[in-house]
Design a protein around this ligand. Structure first.
Ligand SMILES: NC(=O)c1ccc[n+]([C@@H]2O[C@H](COP(=O)([O-])OP(=O)(O)OC[C@H]3O[C@@H](n4cnc5c(N)ncnc54)[C@H](O)[C@@H]3O)[C@@H](O)[C@H]2O)c1
Length: 161
């Protein structure tokens, strides 16, 4: 039997304006949460219980979550293997014509791919280019040796399949 997950949720891009409030709220409700983010300064701030941006009402909840150990931040993508649910909330870069970059989510998932485990659920909360969710679901099946029952679902109201 697979080892149990030490965490409930990992938020990829979790030091951002959408991801951090989500992570704080989940930790405040009793979940064990980690955020993975490529921004070293933002990760340091979160681990120091300092908000990287203004978010009314969030500071005391962040301070409590960090002090209790319910929330921590890291730049190590291996953390995605520690939680049953992985929520992707990275930003969606645009090109010079303001078209969204359809490779942003694939790139982010590629960094994490080797750490996913069987039984995990992947939720795309980023606003994604049409077709990205379906393609992500296909890739996850391609990682079958480590993540055989994975599913990718989009939680973005504007996202295509
Ligand atoms: N589904 C919803 O309800 C909803 C609502 C609002 C916004 N959004 C979407 O959420 C996404 C995030 O928006 P935001 O305002 O929080 O952006 P943001 O720029 O504030 O935060 C994004 C974070 O992702 C990090 N990041 C970027 N690439 C990464 C990677 N490869 N791996 C790990 N971390 C990475 C950045 O360092 C940053 O901290 C956008 O796509 C936005 O459109 C979704």
């Amino acid at each position: 039997m697979a080892a149990p997950f030490p965490l409930d949720v990992v938020v990829v891009g979790g030091c951002g304006h959408v991801g951090l409030p989500l992570a704080i709220a989940l930790a405040d409700r009793g979940a064990r949460v980690a955020v993975f983010d490529v921004s070293e300064p933002a990760v340091k701030l979160v681990n120091d219980a300092v908000l990287p941006f203004d978010e009314p009402g969030a500071l005391p909840l962040l301070q409590r979550a960090v002090a209790s150990g319910a929330l921590r931040a890291t730049t190590d993508p291996a953390v995605v293997g520690d939680a049953e649910t992985v929520v992707v909330v990275i930003g969606t870069p645009v090109d010079e014509h303001l078209n969204p970059d359809p490779r942003a989510i694939p790139r982010a998932l590629g960094i994490c791919a080797e750490y996913f485990r069987d039984g995990q659920q992947l939720v795309l909360r980023s606003t994604v280019y049409p077709g990205v969710t379906r393609r992500s679901s296909g890739w996850s099946r391609g990682w079958a040796s480590t993540w055989t029952s994975a599913s990718a679902r989009s939680a973005s109201p504007r996202a295509g399949p």
